[in-house]
Write a protein that binds this ligand. Structure first.
Ligand code: ATP
Ligand code: MG
Length: 637
């Protein structure tokens, strides 16, 4: 495949950006014309952020799987679409070519149809990172069902909440999943969830761990049996359902670091065009590249940059079942070496954790295939950026710091690898088609450079969310009601003298200390500069004099001896870097931080503990390790 819309120089970027603002409809329809449509759209864009209504390519007819699979068959049929690396390095890896993928998706699409799944039905997918997860996602999309992937680590209660919200009658799962040295009993978790979801009609179970499970007659079926049935029926194809560009493609519940999960809805046409465009450009994908995104498909990053972006571009997407630190902390580097990975896309939290193991795990690993590195999910601190640059990229690979959200569908602000300059800790510039604006609390635009404010977007882009499932008003309230005619991201942001954007964290993570507004991320960055600090999290708590005081939770390496001295030392580091105003009032040493399964710190819990409200911490079931909460609670200062 060739990509006439791939930006190759800074001048290309500038010209594309200019055009995308002057003539957004012309800009996006040109890009969309490079996809396979059964019928061309009637209108490029209808929008009204007040309602909100956002429609891209309305009236256009297509199926996203024809764009991700069928259209590649002729030229790329024998090319690997998915390379799968199992959790256990001793187990055989799998290579699935585009032709294999077509075969498998068609088969499973027929399984779904046999089981009564129709266009518009919600199919919940709760699996480990096995190729069949991607196959199930694509099979649902092929028949026009709406997939809702739930990360294979969520608790029964979280699943039940999501199933009820989506009114999903169909589930695809595995007997169990492997993650590092753990085995997760997926099917039994589903069984627990379904006690509260009697409306579920079918559970299709893939064999993975061979752990004993119970199968309920009439409801539960084995994936393998169903495939065999389809084979005997002898239907080698499954014609793709014709979808309108604005039909729903999927619902994805956000990680919930700020409260009750929201079912973010994306539609077929705009999402496809946007994930492809951002994939091809930000990572500067070259035909033949092996792309390794370390996210789980249970998160938006996996949806957009393991499945839809890469596959729509005919790329080879590497899927990894395990975790970066098992059997040892060299796992990523072993994979990069083994498959000659060209693009590595991971999260700052993973980089920081691997940094802690030093350089030993990198020994004898050939990373010379790497050309582009990326990060996503949270602001990256300077130290982690430099470590990634030096030790992984060997100072030869551009690092793209990609800012985006579940709601944005794809990357909105990022440098373009090797095309536009990187600036450590800055996401830098908006992609073509993205019009950021900073506003103050009253919604007044903050103009010029060298300023900060709340980050909003003032014009639609094709990949943006359309609604929150079953509750359009919630989408309006959450994203479009804070500031008139703007999409509000919830993130705070700084724009430097050159117009580069730096995300400073969520707006509700901004502290007001004696009238000074200080981002928690800023304070954390400063704390992390202290040599002994592994990681930190900062929250505010009510303070009689200052309004808000600064409470810091700090993981300190090789911590021993004099806490008071270390505290003083950390405080003076912060003083030196930001100023005395940002000095933490309290520092509590902890062994871990409460993180969501996507690696984000759940500040809402830390805030409650700092405020002394330890009795009502809310839902902690989405935490990776709920145990750390007790430790932190008991050690409260
Ligand atoms: P919820 O909305 O349910 O609280 P969440 O916001 O953590 O969950 P995501 O959509 O996965 O769910 O995360 C998007 C958020 O992650 C962004 O709003 C931003 O705060 C943060 N983020 C993502 N990428 C970056 C980045 N490159 N730099 C800084 N922050 C980032
Ligand atoms: Mg969010």
């Amino acid at each position: 495949m060739s990509f006439p819309y791939q930006l190759k120089t800074t001048a290309d970027y500038k010209a594309a950006y200019e055009k995308s603002v002057q003539d957004p409809e012309g800009f996006w329809s040109e890009i969309a014309s490079h996809f396979t449509w059964r019928k061309k759209w009637d209108t490029v864009l209808n929008w009204d952020f007040k309602k909100p209504t956002i429609e891209w390519f309305k009236g256009g007819k297509l199926n996203i799987t024809e764009n991700c699979i069928d259209r590649h068959l002729e030229k790329l049929g024998n090319k690997p679409a998915i390379i799968w690396e199992p959790n256990d390095p001793g187990e055989h890896h799998r290579v699935i070519t585009y032709r294999d993928l077509h075969h498998k998706v068609v088969q499973f699409a027929n399984v779904l149809r046999n089981n009564g799944v129709k266009k518009g039905d919600r199919v919940c997918i709760y699996m480990g990172m096995v190729p069949e997860l991607a196959i199930a996602v694509l099979a649902a999309a092929r028949i026009g069902a709406i997939h809702s992937v739930i990360f294979g680590g969520f608790s029964a209660q979280s699943i039940a909440d999501r199933l009820q919200d989506a009114k999903a009658e169909f589930i695809v799962t595995c007997d169990g999943a492997y993650r590092g040295n753990k085995e997760i009993p997926l099917k039994s978790v589903i069984d627990d969830a379904l006690v509260q979801c009697p409306f579920v009609k079918r559970v299709i179970v893939l064999t993975r761990t061979r752990t004993p499970i119970s199968m309920i007659k009439g409801r539960d079926l084995w994936w393998e049996d169903e495939i065999r049935l389809v084979e005997t029926q002898g239907s080698p194809d499954c014609p793709a359902e014709e979808m309108d560009a604005e039909d729903m493609l999927f619902i994805l519940y956000t990680s919930g670091s700020t409260g009750k999960p929201k079912g973010v809805v994306h539609t077929v046409g705009g999402y496809m065009v946007y994930t492809n465009y951002s994939f091809v450009n930000v990572f500067q994908y070259q035909p033949g590249d092996v792309h390794f995104c370390t996210a789980d498909i249970g998160w938006i990053t996996g949806h957009s940059y393991i499945v839809y972006g890469p596959l729509s571009a005919g790329a080879t997407s590497l899927m990894f079942e395990g975790v970066p630190t098992w059997p040892d902390a060299g796992r990523f580097w072993e994979i990069v070496d083994k498959y000659k990975v060209n693009i590595l896309y991971t999260a700052p939290t993973a980089i920081r954790s691997l940094m802690g193991f030093g350089l030993e795990p990198l020994k004898n690993r050939d990373l010379s295939s790497l050309r582009v590195l990326g990060t996503v999910g949270e602001p990256i601190n300077e130290e982690a950026w430099a470590w990634y640059d030096e030790n992984i990229g060997k100072k030869k690979c551009p690092i793209v710091d990609t800012w985006w959200q579940t709601e944005t569908g794809g990357i909105l602000i990022s440098n373009i690898a090797g095309v536009t300059p990187a600036k450590p800790t800055f996401a830098t510039l908006p992609l073509p088609g993205v019009q950021p604006i900073l506003v103050d609390e009253n919604g007044k635009e903050v103009e010029g450079n060298g300023v900060s404010g709340n980050l909003c977007i003032k014009f639609p882009w094709p990949g943006m969310l359309r609604t929150t499932y079953g509750d359009h008003e919630r989408a309006r309230q959450n994203y479009f009601a804070t500031y008139e005619n703007l999409y509000f991201t919830g993130d705070g942001c700084l724009r430097d003298e050159d117009g580069n954007y730096r995300i400073t964290g969520r707006v509700d993570d901004v502290l007001n200390v004696s009238g000074h507004r200080i981002g928690t991320a800023e304070v954390e960055n400063a704390i992390n500069m202290h040599t002994g600090v592994v990681e930190s999290a900062v929250v505010g708590y009510p303070h009689d004099i200052k309004g808000q005081g600064i409470y810091a939770y700090v993981i300190f390496q090789g911590h021993q001896g004099d806490d008071e001295l270390t505290r003083k030392d950390i405080m003076s580091t912060v003083s030196r870097i930001i100023g005395p105003i940002a000095k933490p009032d309290k520092i509590q040493f902890v062994s871990g931080l409460p993180k969501t399964r996507s690696g984000k710190i759940m500040r809402r819990i830390l805030r409650k503990i700092a405020e002394g409200e330890t009795s009502n911490l809310g839902d902690t079931s989405t935490l990776l390790d709920p145990g750390v909460v007790d430790e932190i609670k008991n050690g409260k200062l």
